[in-house]
Every structure is written in structure tokens, then in C-alpha cells.
Design a binder for this molecule. Structure first.
Ligand code: MIC
Ligand code: SF4
Length: 644
């Protein structure tokens, strides 16, 4: 039986388990990346493991999220990460060099290699045929130390692309269509693999837009083959030697197939507040727009911004629209400056931002009250923009640029004639002067680690208790995101290495009284609906509840990365045996899990007793042997120390 692209890479990297779908497998990790908002914690964890030098082929630390320096905190974290990187064999991409996923694709990614990153959009690397996954910081720290990365051996969904995109229809519209079909939970436990004759017409940056937003499907990763198109891209990046061909065998077997004829797609938008709430732009046309933001790791490539510059050339953005543009990398920014496109953007009235995540993570450019904001980003979760009642729509760069001019939702296919041909440059501008190589092993001893006062100790983890009795301090609904659990934004992000401070904002979007109530209860259980923990890879969404005394999270279903983060933090993730039982528990009920440890260790059924209601509810733990050991050790850090 033939193999798919993902299966080939997994097979080459398998170090534990067997390639049986649904079972846990361990893979060797070739490359890692971190960004600063998750990186400070990841490097503290790496330090705690006591490894001198990273054991990966390539590890890179990026600074791209916390670039607003409204106090000393972010600048201190940059220095800390820079010094840690230098000492331990990690390349350091300095602030100003761009968004981790964009830069990694340009300068470091290699087809056929495995990559994990402490950021959920790491699957961007799938655009050049990498098996690239988002992971919690602790998993990345373990991988840097040479440890194995564990995932559930995935089902493979084949998205077969036929035809060619029409003028002004974009890669973003392709992934929005996939999201419409599969929804934000459709990818959980799955890898999305793109094949079909349609892929030949998609350049690497377009493929990367599609794999990037596979994160919004909840997928383990998304991947394209490595073909002639990939070779051309790597050649233009001066990295031809990194190319290898990887394609699925002709008799590869997929678990399911989704067919999309690219020529039938129309410009679309993901409407508030979910990336799968898709409508055609034609249906929204004419509605007023207050803000347009172009950038983020999804749509900030040279190609994207050249399209935007072509549309904006000689025009002025509408008087009622604030237009902000953030190029994805220094390479993109500098090329736009050198070819004059930047002047066209500036002339149109665009507010040019530094190349970083910026507004995507609420670091500035929050829209006005109830403001309608069209963004080329990947997430439109409630409150994420920094404006609680902001109405965020996710669109292509083409739709964004056209609407910035007209001041209303505008379908670019109705506004513009034939699209000029946009070709990748034969040679990108290569100047890696903002990437610091690490110190040599001989010099590493002399490197001093520069720690700021904002770094506070890691919360205390405890081994799984024999029994747990605690109150359901919070009950939430379906599709709770990590932005609900641990919001980000300009006011909070600087405190990513200060869990006690962050804890005040835990679940602030749902219930501002939660932190105080949880601390008072000392021990608590959170009850939730399906796809709990979707979105970001931030382990803070587990570490902060841990600090607040959360012992168990009981839900209908989990998002992959968050479930691992809970286990890594020593919090027990449980699911309802019967989803309807969710309705039986009310917030405030007293719950008991008698003989829990015995049941977990002995693989016996776990029953939850709702003492307030006087009823028994069957629940599932579904833990692999390794996950059990991590919980019994009191989290992954303890487990790793015990086993090294
Ligand atoms: C995001 O897009 O939500 C982030 C910010 O990049 C996160 C990481 C973080 O919370 O630091 C992610 O996607 O993992
Ligand atoms: Fe940065 Fe936004 Fe991409 Fe997250 S989704 S890595 S915040 S640009």
C-alpha cells in the first residue's frame, strides 16, 4: 500500500510506537522555533532541564509578538531570549526581522523535515513540504533537549485541488472554503494533505497561507508536496540545496477526500467571531468598513503585499477607513522599499507598521467601538483585537485592499478587471544580518544570561491525587478558545513570564469573577463543551488555571495542543462519556472523582459523582501510558527530570 506525504515523513522520523491511526506515536524533531510570547517560558523550562546545547539540527528563537515596548518587560524578555539562544546553540531572529512563520519559511524550513514551534501556526512550514506542528512551550523545550515529540497518529484528509483560481480570487479564499466545509473542529486528530493538478498553479507563499490557517481547522498539521514550485522558491531564496522531492505515492490511501475546483471559488470572508463562519463577499457587499489591517503570518508575503501595492497605487484609502499594513519580514519590507511599492502604500495613506504580529494579537490598532475591521489575518475570536465589541472579518489581501479604497465590503472581482500576473521574484533579497548565530560550544560558557525582574517562578505542579473533590467553579460552552482562557493583547502580553499577574485575566472574556472565585475555592474543576481550547498553542492557558488551583477540565471534546498542554501542566483532562451529560452539571456543583488514581492507573472506568445533584456521570480519561506517567509525576517537567 502506498504512502501519503505525511506518512512518509512520519515513518522516517518514527522513534516510538507504530503507525496505527489513533494511537500515540513519538517522532524525532529536526527543527524547532519559538516566538517571544511563548518563548520566555519555553526557555525557562529548557534551562530547568539542564541541557547545555540544543540537540536539534536547527533551532531558532524569534521576536515578533511582544514588540510594543510600553514598559521594560518586553525589552527584558528580548534580551533574555537573545542571551539564552546564544548560550545554548539557538539562532536568534532579532526584533525587526519579522514574523516567525514567514521568516522560517524564507530562511530555514526544509522539505521532508519535522518542525515543532511554540506557536499554533507552525504548520505554515507545510507549504514547503515540512511536517510542522504547533506545540506547547514545554514540548518544544523537550524537543530542543533531544526528546521525542508525541502526537496521535493522524488520519489523513486529502484535499484535492483541481482547476485554477480566477482573477482576484486568492489562496485565502481556498482555506476559507476548506474551513466552511470542515469547520473549526473538523481537523482535530487529522493531517490535511493537499494534492491534485490545481496545486501546480499555487506558489509557495500561497500554499503557506493555506497550511497556516489549517491551524484554524484544529488539524495536527497541513502539508503540500515538495515539487518544482518548491524548488523554484528555495532557489529564489538561495537555498536550492535544501530541496528534496516529496510526493504521495500514486496508490496512497486517504481516510477521506474533499474536492475543491479552484475555478469555482469566489472571494469570501470569515465573519465574527469564528474563522469558519464563512460568507461570500458578494453577500456582504456595500456594508460600511471602519478599519482594514493587512499582514500577519497568513498574508504578509512579498506576493501578497505586491498585490496590495498594485491595487492601492495612485489611490487614497477611504476617509472613514484606517488602513494598517505590516509586512511579514524584513526581506519583504526591504524588497518593497527597494522596488518602490512601499512608496505606493505610503502614498495611499496606509499606516505602515513594523514587521511583526502587531494587531493580529491585539498589540495595537484595536478598532473603534463596534468597529468593523477587515483583516487578512487568521483569527477573529471575540475580543482578540483588543476591542470587546469589535467586528472582525477575515479576508484576502485583494478584498482588504479594495475595500480600504471604497470604504465598504467590496468584491475585488467586481471592482477590478483582469488581474496582472504576479510572479515570484527569481531572486529574493537575501540579507540575514538580523539573524544572530549562536556562540560556539567553546565560547558558550562565557555568555551571561540576562534576566529581567518580570520573570516569576513557574507554578507548583502536583502529582495526580488519589481522589479529587472540588467545585465546578466555571461552566462554559462550545468552541472556547485559548484567547478566552488566557487573553493576550497589549496590556497582558508583557506578563507572559509572570503567571501570578496573568492569572487576574484568566477567562476575563467569559467571567471576570473566575480568578477570584477559583483562588478562594483552592481546588476547582472547569466544565466545558466541544473543541475546548482551540486556537493558540499558549501553555499559559494551562499554567494559569494550574496556578488558580484547577485540577480537572471536563469537556465534551478538546483541541489537540491544549489537551497536551493540560497534561504537561499536570491537570487532568476528562471528557463526558455521553455528551448530553454536560447539561446535568451546573456551575457551582460539588463534584467528586473517588479512587481516581487507581482508576487511571488500572485503566478502570472513571465515574464522576455530582454531590450537589446526587447523580453519577461516566467520564473518559483516554490517556496514553506516557500521559499517565506525566500526570503521576506532576507534569512534563518533573517527568523529564525523572527520566533523564
Ligand atoms: C496566536 O496567534 O494566538 C499566537 C499569539 O501566535 C499564539 C501564541 C501565543 O499565544 O503566544 C499561537 O497561535 O500559538
Ligand atoms: Fe503572530 Fe498572528 Fe501569526 Fe499568531 S497568528 S503568529 S499572533 S501573526
Amino acid at each position: 500500500m502506498g504512502l501519503t506525504i505525511a506518512e512518509k515523513i512520519l515513518k522516517n522520523h518514527l522513534v516510538d510506537g507504530e503507525m496505527i491511526k489513533g494511537t500515540e506515536i513519538g517522532i524525532k524533531i529536526d527543527q524547532t522555533l519559538t516566538q517571544d510570547a511563548t518563548g520566555t517560558m519555553a526557555y525557562l523550562e529548557f534551562e530547568a532541564m539542564g541541557v547545555d546545547r540544543v540537540k536539534t539540527e536547527r533551532s531558532v528563537a524569534y521576536i515578533d509578538h511582544n514588540t510594543l515596548q510600553s514598559g521594560f518587560e518586553n525589552a527584558d524578555d528580548h534580551r533574555f531570549i537573545g542571551s539564552i539562544a546564544k548560550k545554548h546553540g539557538i539562532y536568534f531572529s532579532r526584533p525587526g526581522n519579522g514574523i516567525c512563520h514567514q521568516v522560517h519559511l524564507e530562511r530555514f524550513g526544509i522539505p521532508g523535515k519535522t518542525l515543532i514551534g511554540s506557536d499554533s501556526h507552525t504548520p505554515t512550514g507545510g507549504g514547503i513540504g515540512m511536517f510542522a506542528c504547533g506545540a506547547g512551550g514545554l514540548d518544544v523545550a523537550v524537543a530542543m533537549g533531544g526528546g521525542t515529540y508525541y502526537i496521535t497518529c493522524p488520519e489523513i484528509v486529502n484535499v484535492k485541488l483541481t482547476g485554477k483560481l480566477s482573477s482576484w480570487v486568492s489562496a485565502k479564499d481556498v482555506i476559507l472554503e476548506v474551513l466552511r466545509i470542515l469547520t473549526v473542529k473538523g481537523g482535530v486528530g487529522k493531517v490535511i494533505e493537499y494534492t491534485g493538478e490545481g496545486i501546480a498553479s499555487l506558489s509557495v507563499p500561497e500554499r503557506a497561507t493555506i497550511t497556516n490557517m489549517g491551524a484554524e481547522l484544529g488539524a495536527t498539521t497541513s502539508i503540500f508536496p515538495s515539487d518544482e514550485v518548491t524548488l523554484e522558491f528555495l532557489k529564489a531564496q538561495g537555498r536550492e540545496a535544501d530541496w528534496v522531492e516529496i510526493k504521495a505515492d500514486s496508490d496512497a490511501v486517504y481516510d477521506s477526500v474533499v474536492e475543491i475546483d479552484l475555478s469555482t471559488l469566489k472571494p469570501a470572508a470569515a465573519c465574527p467571531h469564528s474563522p469558519d463562519n464563512i460568507k461570500p463577499i458578494a453577500e456582504l457587499a456595500g456594508q460600511k468598513v471602519d478599519q482594514v489591517c493587512i499582514g500577519s503570518c497568513t498574508n504578509s508575503s512579498y506576493m501578497d503585499l505586491m498585490k496590495v501595492a498594485t491595487i492601492l497605487k495612485g489611490k487614497t484609502c477611504h476617509p472613514d477607513v484606517s488602513l494598517a499594513i505590516a509586512p511579514g519580514s524584513k526581506q519583504v519590507f526591504q524588497m518593497l522599499a527597494e522596488n518602490g511599492a512601499l512608496a505606493d502604500l505610503i502614498a495611499s495613506g496606509a499606516r505602515i507598521l513594523e514587521c511583526a504580529c502587531g494587531p493580529c494579537i491585539g498589540m495595537g490598532q484595536s478598532p473603534n467601538s463596534k468597529g468593523v475591521s477587515l483583516r487578512t489575518f487568521n483569527r477573529n475570536f471575540e475580543g482578540r483585537s483588543g476591542t470587546a465589541d469589535g467586528q472582525i472579518y477575515l479576508v484576502s489581501p485583494e478584498t482588504a485592499a479594495v475595500s480600504a479604497i471604497t470604504g465598504v465590503f467590496t468584491d475585488p472581482t467586481t471592482y477590478l478587471g483582469e488581474m496582472p500576473e504576479f510572479k515570484l521574484p527569481e531572486q529574493f533579497l537575501i540579507q540575514d544580518n538580523m539573524i544572530e548565530p549562536p556562540a560556539t560550544p567553546e565560547q558558550a560558557d562565557k555568555v551571561e544570561i540576562l534576566r529581567g525582574p518580570n520573570i516569576k517562578p513557574f507554578p507548583v505542579t502536583t502529582p495526580l491525587a488519589d481522589s479529587i473533590e472540588a467545585q465546578a467553579v466555571l461552566k462554559v460552552g462550545d468552541n472556547i478558545t485559548t484567547d478566552h482562557i488566557m487573553p493576550a493583547g497589549a496590556k497582558i502580553l508583557p506578563y507572559r513570564s509572570n503567571i501570578p499577574y496573568l492569572s487576574q485575566f484568566c477567562f476575563a472574556v467569559c467571567d471576570t469573577t473566575f480568578p477570584e472565585r477559583a483562588l478562594k475555592a483552592e481546588k476547582s474543576i472547569i466544565v466545558g463543551g466541544s473543541n475546548y481550547g482551540q486556537g493558540s498553542s499558549r501553555e499559559h492557558a494551562a499554567l494559569v488555571p494550574l496556578y488558580l488551583g484547577v485540577k480537572v477540565v471536563l469537556v465534551k471534546s478538546f483541541a489537540r495542543i491544549h489537551r497536551s498542554n493540560l497534561i504537561n501542566a499536570g491537570i487532568l483532562p476528562l471528557t463526558f462519556e455521553h455528551e448530553a451529560d454536560y447539561d446535568l452539571i451546573e456551575q457551582g456543583d460539588y463534584l467528586e472523582l473517588p479512587n481516581l488514581k487507581d482508576c487511571i492507573v488500572g485503566d478502570k472506568p472513571v465515574v464522576l459523582f455530582d454531590k450537589t445533584k446526587g447523580i453519577e456521570i461516566p467520564v473518559n480519561a483516554n490517556l496514553s501510558g506516557r500521559a499517565k506517567d506525566i500526570l503521576l509525576a506532576g507534569g512534563l517537567l518533573n517527568y523529564t527530570k525523572q527520566n533523564s
